[in-house]
Design a protein around this ligand. Sequence first.
Ligand code: UDP
Ligand code: MG
Length: 315
Amino acid sequence: MPDPIISVVIPLYNEAEAIDELYRQLTEALEAYGAPYEVIVADDGSADGSFEKLKAIHERDPRWRIIRFRRNFGQTAGFAAGFHRARGDVVITIDADLQNDPADIPKLMAKIEEGYDIVSGWRVDRQDTFLTRKLPSMMANWLISRTTNVTLHDYGCSLKAYRADVVKNIHLYGELHRFIPAVASAYGVRVAEVPVNHRPREHGQSKYGISRTFRVLLDLITVYFLLGYSTRPIHVFGGVGMVSFSLGVLIGLYLTLVKFGFGQDIGTRPMLLLSVLLILLGVQMIAMGLLGELIIRTYYESTGKAIYYVREELS
Ligand code: UDP
Ligand code: MG
């Protein structure tokens, strides 16, 4: 078998009914494209016979590599396992439920060949319910684009293509797979978007409910912090701390004047409480920023990680 150029990574959880069709459509699209490929499926603890089906496919077609998780670890873990094992120059991610259309893969590849590092699918005509899926996702896309400076219409589309070095260099935690382009922007990436086909789910059911919206918001805070401040936490905590501390001191000075200048009682004034609170909060925030600074030093120095990424170097 020649070394693969394309590695397709598929997280899969209880999708037994879709697997044969997935195999057929992917094989057709990839063989038509012509480049040597491998497909890496992360079976995320399925309990519906998915693994047996995948095993049968692997036995007929060794281009299909199967990772079976011990239990359900979530879609992000599936991506991470696939990224780690991918041998191709380009990594393509796709859902197992066939809502994405493998026939769009050549479109993504064309953009990669133009020199982009990440090509994201954009489900222009998304086949999901409006209120529970499309609306939250529209708001999330707007918010994520605004806060991370990687503007995409459709962060949630799983059909994406990446240059391998991009996915090999990012570490995913929790449910951060939705933020890969944003996380990767720390690495310095050129991102393009192409409209892709989207189909209703034919088999099985979605693994997510509306609660995902809140998790996405929390994750956004993490990503925003990591992108902007992970090498300088004192700037975010210290900034807030200094504002709070200064305000507290100003109010305190004013109260001192009232007490000693005008001889009024200040013991019962709510402003006194506010002043003390702001000063304490300020000191704590600055201390937290300093702790952050210590932690990131331990992180970068113990892992030998550089605080920059190089695209090329002439020397
Ligand atoms: N998935 C997974 N582990 C999970 C949940 C989902 O591997 O814990 C897979 C699932 O099999 C599918 C993809 O992730 O291939 C996307 O899931 P789903 O279609 O349920 O999400 P939606 O399209 O509704 O956003
Ligand atoms: Mg789906």
